[in-house]
Design a protein around this ligand. Structure first.
Ligand code: AMP
Ligand code: MG
Length: 701
């Protein structure tokens, strides 16, 4: 059977009159997920809702599609009820009986209280149904639950024992009125059963292998996720059906089918109960909340901010700024997971052999063993569809599944082969040379966590355990803008006094190496209006903007001046060399990293501050640079009070530094293969002392 092409979720209502014209809560809402999009509709009456459902079902059947439709009312009653009413313990006979009793008009007028009263009369004592408007209460249908006695039915189904918040199905009136929803809902669904016949099944009472499958759902399963994803002005009922439809639609097809099989065959079950984590993972990451205006506020009372304080503040205030999408595993290299990934099937999926040899069952003691050999060869990929009789052996090749009757394999090198027998020396331990199902990865195990940047090896694991598609973050677009009157683009003619723009190609290259999407925002002169116009445009082109130049507080430092005017800027005086102030701000809600113009400082500040921040904004974790302690091949004295980064590289097991520390020396950047980080304290490094060396790869480039 193919997967489901449409997922429909219905928020039902037991209303006795049509719901308001204006879409409102406590009415019927239907979400339809199809081909990646979810559409929600509002229905004033049950008849109208069922008409819309039939249109969906008819359309799907005509196209050869499959539909799973979930409804938020109980499909069954506590065990024993169906038998007491119909003489059979069959929940679907009960459906037919309820449908025969219920009258539900086009205007929602209905006889549910009368039906409940009539059912109660079939039981001793008073009950089990209860709850109705005072005027309609009856000796057989009490207005209060406490007036019931002696009816002999359990108060809750097994599934409701698991969820204390679920209302029992006997309660017909006020909060929840689940009982009324079930009576009116089951009657309508029974009509669908009649209409669609063998094309429709009801989970978990019937096998869910028909084109249309109906199931019971419970929107509160994902209450927290609904709260996090509900639109600003969205009615909660609408958000619930929409998000539940997205969750079921996001499940791997096999998982949904497995869930549809779960549950009690008489009482019914809530689809997905106990698998909330899987549903949540199927939803992917919630859309990111906008960054707060004060996300770049300075730490109070500090004049020169230590590097670690600046990093800690950035880490705590920045979060993901990108959404998520689903991509095939084959094109997911380097992408960031938006949700945990679980194994669809075990690895290995079946017990198999680790070697070429001969398989049989059980341990063999010391001495010579001779076994009759079956006339079949078990090769990798072949279905193990035959049985090896006790005391027999079968030829089996590496990777082949073990047929029934085989749990042990002896290496072919250890076997003497006769015409139709094999002989070998014991002892051979039972289970030797075999691999157990799931010994590598068990089905359902979490194999990769949200935020992981997928490596080539990850693609192997995902493929091996049957994962075809993964939810990943949409790529982070990082814009790079150069500022300064003195700059000309490489390739243009430079007048005396002008210099070529070196930062832009460097920064764009760093972004690409970090795995983000570089966006070239060009160059602007030191002109406030032009810069403002360019930033306006850039905010639409990029998720984050890196500028270089003009970030200090001088007359020509327009980046910091503009961000300051926009009211969301902080000039961070960070105790770091090389690096002048960093201007951090928001321009139209887009974070801007105002880097120093000096190329050496621009690169160091990008690696130290922007790289971990970009990683976190892209939906991955805050990346801490990975270095190691290596003997210095140099001598160096430094003052206390600032972190220093030296252009460095390793030769012959020692780290050497660039001859000049001049921050204008771009050539040193390309000479270097990493940086040495010297701590904030005063220090006198002698040759041979250990210093922290961070190769470029340690910064993720
Ligand atoms: P600023 O931060 O604008 O004061 O610039 C500091 C130094 O970096 C000045 O010498 C600038 O000429 C130089 N500079 C600024 N932007 C770039 C760039 N894109 N490429 C090369 N040098 C630059
Ligand atoms: Mg400048």
């Amino acid at each position: 059977m193919t997967a489901f092409d449409r997922i429909i979720i219905v928020d039902w209502s037991a209303s006795k009159s049509p719901s308001p014209k204006k879409p409102s809560a406590d009415a019927i809402w239907i979400a339809v997920h199809q081909a990646g999009t979810t559409t929600c509709t509002y229905h004033r009456t049950r008849l109208d809702a069922v008409t819309a459902l039939c249109a969906q079902f008819d359309d799907a059947l005509a196209l050869g599609q499959r539909v799973m439709a979930g409804f938020d009312f109980p499909f069954g009653y506590p065990a024993g009820f169906a038998h007491a009413v119909t003489g059979r313990a069959d929940p679907l006979s009960l459906w037919a009986e309820l449908a025969a009793r219920i009258v539900d008009g086009a205007d929602n007028a209905n006889n549910r209280f009368d039906v409940a009263c009539g059912l109660n009369r079939m039981f001793p004592g008073v009950g089990p149904f209860w709850g109705c408007p005072q005027a309609q209460s009856d000796a057989d249908l009490p207005a209060k639950g406490s007036l019931r006695h002696g009816h002999g039915m359990a108060e809750r189904r097994k599934v409701e024992e698991v969820i204390p918040s679920a209302q029992p199905c006997w309660k017909l009136y006020t909060t929840g009125s689940v009982g009324s929803q079930a009576l009116l809902g089951i009657a309508r669904l029974q009509a669908l059963r009649v209409r669609y016949g063998a094309a429709l099944s009801v989970s978990p009472f019937q096998a869910p292998d028909t084109p249309i499958v109906l199931a019971e759902v419970y929107p509160s399963l994902l209450a927290k996720d609904v709260a996090a994803r509900q639109g600003m002005d969205e009615i909660k009922d609408r958000a619930q059906v929409r998000i539940l439809a997205d969750a079921f639609a996001g499940l791997p097809p096999d998982t949904l089918t497995t869930l549809l099989h779960e549950g009690d065959p008489e009482e019914g079950w809530i689809l997905g109960l106990g698998h909330e984590d899987v549903l949540r993972a199927a939803l992917g990451a919630a859309p990111p909340p906008p960054l707060k205006n004060d996300c770049f506020a300075l730490p109070p009372g500090i004049e020169w901010t230590p590097v670690d304080v600046a990093l800690r503040d950035l880490q705590s205030r920045l979060g993901p700024v990108v959404g998520s999408q689903t991509v095939p595993v084959a094109s997911a290299l380097g992408r960031i997971l938006a949700a945990d990934v679980t194994a669809v099937r075990a690895h290995p999926p079946l017990p198999n052999t680790a070697v070429d040899g001969y398989g049989f069952a059980g341990t063999r003691g010391a001495g010579v063993h001779s076994l009759p050999l079956l006339d079949v060869q078990m090769t990798a990929g072949r279905s193990p569809d035959f049985v090896v009789p006790d005391g027999h052996a079968v030829r089996i090749l590496t990777g082949a599944a073990l047929p029934d009757g085989v749990d042990t394999v002896v290496l072919q090198e250890d076997v003497t082969r006769g015409e139709d027998t094999i002989a070998f020396h014991g002892p051979v331990k039972g289970g030797a040379n075999t691999r157990a199902t799931g010994e590598d990865v068990e089905a359902g195990a979490v194999i990769a966590l949200v935020g992981r940047v997928l490596t080539p090896a990850d693609l192997a694991v995902l493929s091996a355990v049957g994962v075809n598609d993964v939810a990943v973050r949409t790529a982070l677009r990082v814009g790079v803008l150069s500022t300064g009157d003195e700059l000309v683009a490489p390739g243009d003619t430079a007048a005396p006094g002008q210099i070529f723009d070196a930062n832009r190609p460097m920064l764009l290259g760093l972004i690409a190496r970090m795995g983000h999407v570089p966006v070239d925002l060009g160059h602007v002169r030191d002109d406030r209006a032009a810069l403002a116009a360019r930033l306006d445009w850039a905010a639409g082109e990029a998720d984050v903007i890196l500028t270089s130049g003009g970030a200090s507080s001088g007359d020509e430092d327009h980046v910091s001046a503009l961000l300051n005017e926009a009211g969301a800027m902080a000039l961070w005086r960070i105790a770091i060399k090389p690096g002048r102030p960093l201007a951090l701000g928001l321009w139209q809600d887009t974070p801007v990293f105002g880097l120093p113009g000096n190329p050496v400082a621009a690169m160091v500040c990008t690696l130290v501050f922007a790289a971990p921040a970009l990683s976190q904004m892209a939906g991955s974790e805050w990346r801490v640079p990975q270095g190691f302690d290596v003997p210095a091949a140099f001598e160096k004295r430094k003052k206390a009070g600032r972190r220093e980064y030296l252009r460095a590289r390793m030769r012959a097991g020692q780290v050497e530094i660039f001859a000049s520390e001049g921050s204008g020396r771009i050539s040193g950047l390309s000479w270097a293969e990493g940086l040495v980080a010297l701590p904030d304290e005063a220090l006198h490094v002698q040759p041979g002392d250990l210093v922290r060396y961070i190769p470029w790869a340690g910064f993720g480039i």
